[in-house]
Design a protein around this ligand. Structure first.
Ligand code: ADP
Ligand code: ZN
Length: 736
């Protein structure tokens, strides 16, 4: 990702009487529409336009209408909606993302329009059906309005028009005819204002120094990027909250992006401690009403701070003064389906378009970010110590070859002893295994058959508590068979390998007195469940926490003294470009949960079959810098990211032969030249996903070569039939 560069702005100035309108569908360009007499339209206006036989919502776009359609065939804009227009920086962002990811601009627009508030006017009048309306003879459009009210009543005019797919004229006419009655909608309280003068903690000299530099970046009101690197528990949150305080003093807004699962009450409470109130939040679990309210409050500036997951990137901030990206290294920022984009990178683009500074916070920054810092593109601040004299935990390795678990078990005797001791002292322990379910593989002892997903190249994972085998890629679920599906032998199926449920079972045998809490993404659904779990832990109603990667994130548990990593080798298995980097980040993050209070040092034990591995060695020595140097030395000569660029093409089709044919054609049409390499085509590791056969090609270029023009020319050279889909993944994170 280049932090600089220009959005694909087009010249303004347009022929009178027609406008380009971008529609939220995967068309390559905006479409032209005629501006009816008496209607004034400007870029950003939200309009309803005919498309085929329907009417759809779109946005008047920038640039000239392309004139490809003659004036006589042009269809008119039906209506300009009473909605706040889409801001210019957001339109530029949409064009920029489309151009960078090669997605259709309309697909990107669809993400920004996925907010029911859009068609909502500020007038808080709603409509409900008149008592006699049902008995009246109605046109289909009017009937559609009543049907929409049958599901939810009252609704505001614009919301109702959108729900019923009719123009606001229909609703006005029904009101005039007495078929709809007006009611006042409940008021929507604004967000309480965070108070920058509310007393915060007294910062240590290191923290103060970093905070001052961030505050200065905010008051400069210019684009810049600062990496705030600090060991776990060093006070990164406290420091960037000072930058938020500065933005509040300036009267400007702040966007804080977090990886989805970290949107925990714990973090929000920290914010409340500093600023007196909780911030507005934005994530996929919000109710439609809260979404609307939040969107409106962002749009009119009454929500000064929004803490959100990646989709918060598209919120309509009128005066964005600061962007914070916490845990910037997290792969959860990469959206892997639909428009494939990296929310961290696109948030940096948004900040540049708004002339706002960015803070990237992490204990384990990505190699990309480190490379940008080393090249002088980003400022680099370091918090080297845990706050208040707490020390980093002691990390040791358990060599499973020598310290082998009992038959059928997964915990080594040394780890069992350490947990037992910790619990005996009244302290908390955590067992970490990054795998949901009971067992990753079900195998027939008679014939060796492995139970596979019918739709994917993947084994089904047993979830014993729910009594199903399920596919973690497509969601396919089936009962656990009594007999082997291949050889029909009875009682021959056996669970192979551990998932977190199986560790729970084993822990119950070794630590029968312990009060156990399981934290996995399928047991803790949503921020509320996560915050309940967190308060059980801090309230010491729990002795032993057993969890998947959800436990690694940002939590601060004062009494947690021991972390046991059940399978430290797990993340290295796939062997893709970033396997080692991701493993170090994840395990460092988990380890960082232990011993966060001064005076009660923590311990971390990593179970490994390969303790000599450089990843394990750098973890025990807390030597992230050494690890990064070694990774850099491996990646630099081959121009692997961040020292080069990558883009993947993923070809998929219901028939393997179609996927192969198009993959081969793309292989023949591949770009070539100095500094350009194409790998593949090859079957994807997930060769079949949801019933589609998948092939991959990987384009690698030197850093100074942009991949987008190469990709455009490449894709234009091959005609792809409708049955075959070609997805483009620029800067791929997943190689499955
Ligand atoms: P990080 O984000 O780097 O992991 P946090 O900001 O979560 O670190 O800080 C770790 C803990 O130390 C938190 O409980 C935080 O409230 C506390 N802390 C950090 N700095 C200070 C400070 N200057 N004064 C008081 N408490 C602090
Ligand atoms: Zn599947």
């Amino acid at each position: 990702m280049r932090p600089t560069g220009r959005p694909t702005g087009r010249p303004t100035g347009r022929p009178a009487g027609r406008v380009p309108v971008l529609l939220p569908y995967p068309f390559p360009t905006p479409f032209d529409y005629r501006v009816p007499q008496g209607m004034a339209l400007a870029p950003g206006d939200i309009v309803r336009v005919p498309l085929g036989r329907r009417e759809v919502i779109g946005v008047v776009w920038d640039g000239t209408a392309d004139g490809g359609v003659g004036d006589n065939r042009l269809r008119p804009v039906a209506e300009r909606l009473e909605a706040p227009p889409m801001r210019q920086d957001l339109r530029q962002l949409i064009d920029w993302i489309a151009s960078y990811t090669l997605a259709a601009p309309g697909e990107v627009l669809a993400m920004a329009l996925r907010v029911p508030a859009l068609a909502e006017e500020t007038a808080r009048i709603g409509w409900q059906p008149a008592p006699h309306a049902d008995a009246a003879r109605l046109t289909p459009k009017r009937q559609a309005v009543l049907d929409a009210l049958a599901t939810s009543s009252p609704q505001s005019g614009p919301a109702l028009a959108e729900a019923a797919c009719v123009s606001s004229g229909v609703i006005r006419a029904m009101a005039d005819a007495g078929l709809l009655l007006p009611v006042a909608l409940a008021g929507t309280p604004a967000f309480a204002a965070p108070d920058p003068a509310h007393p915060g903690p007294i910062l240590s000299p290191d923290q103060r120094h970093a905070a001052n530099i961030l505050c200065e970046a905010v008051s400069t009101r210019a684009f810049s990027v600062t990496l705030l690197e600090g060991v776990t528990g060093s006070g990164k949150t406290e420091v960037y909250q000072e930058a938020i305080a500065e933005a509040l003093r300036q009267g400007r807004q702040t966007l804080v992006l977090l990886p989805e699962i970290a949107l925990s009450a714990q973090g929000l409470n920290r914010f409340a401690q500093r600023f007196g109130v909780k911030p507005a939040v934005w994530h996929s679990d919000l109710s439609p009403a809260t979404r609307r309210r939040t969107w409106r409050a962002v749009n009119d500036g009454s929500a000064p701070v929004v803490v959100g997951a990646r989709s918060a990137l598209f919120l309509p901030f009128p005066d964005l003064g600061l962007v914070v990206i916490d845990e910037e290294h997290e792969t959860a920022f990469k959206q892997e389906d639909g428009v494939i984009y990296h929310a961290r990178d696109m948030a940096i683009v948004r900040a540049r378009l708004c002339a706002a500074p960015v803070v990237l916070a992490s204990a384990t920054p990505s190699l990309e970010t480190i490379a940008n810092a080393e090249a002088g593109r980003y400022r680099h601040l370091i918090l080297p110590q845990r706050h208040g004299g707490a020390v980093l935990p002691d990390v040791s390795l358990i060599d499973l070859r020598a310290d082998t678990p009992a038959r059928g078990d997964f915990l080594a005797p040394t780890l069992i002893q350490a947990v037992t001791d910790t619990l005996a002292q009244g302290e908390q322990a955590m067992l970490f295994l990054n795998r949901r379910g009971y067992a990753p593989l079900t195998l027939c002892r008679r014939c060796g058959h492995r139970v596979q997903c019918p739709n994917c190249t993947a084994w089904l994972v047993e979830h014993r508590a729910r009594r199903v085998l399920t596919c973690h890629h497509c969601g396919h679920s089936q009962g656990i068979p009594q007999a082997c599906p291949a050889c029909a032998a009875e009682q021959s199926l056996t669970a192979v390998g551990p998932g977190v449920e199986r560790i729970v079972e084993e822990a119950a045998r070794h630590f029968p007195q312990a009060r156990v809490l399981v934290m996995a993404s399928d047991t803790l659904t949503g921020p509320d469940a996560a915050s309940r779990a967190a308060s059980q832990i801090t309230g010491q109603q729990v002795d032993l926490i057993i969890g998947t990667q959800i436990v690694a994130k940002g939590w601060h548990f004062a009494h947690l003294r021991l972390v046991g990593v059940v399978d430290a080798d797990l993340g290295l298995a796939g062997g893709d470009l970033r396997a080692a980097e991701r493993t170090v980040q994840l395990l460092h993050q988990v380890s960082g949960r232990a011993g966060r209070e001064a005076g009660s040092p923590g311990r971390v034990m990593l179970q490994s079959w390969n303790p000599e591995h450089p990843v394990m060695q750098s973890l025990t020595r807390h030597d992230l810098a050494g690890f990064r140097e070694r990774e850099a030395a491996e990646r630099r000569p081959g121009h692997w990211p961040p020292y080069g660029r990558l883009a993947a093409l993923i070809i998929s089709a219901p028939e393997a032969a179609d996927a192969d044919r198009i993959a081969a054609e793309l292989g023949r049409a591949a770009p070539h030249g100095e500094g350009i390499t194409v790998l593949g085509p090859a079957p994807a590791p997930l060769a079949i996903l949801r019933g589609r056969h998948r092939r991959r090609l990987l384009l690698r270029t030197r850093r100074e070569i942009a991949v987008q023009p190469l990709l455009r020319a490449w894709l234009a050279a091959v005609r792809v039939p409708a049955a075959v889909q070609v997805d483009v993944d620029v800067d791929p994170v997943s190689f499955l």
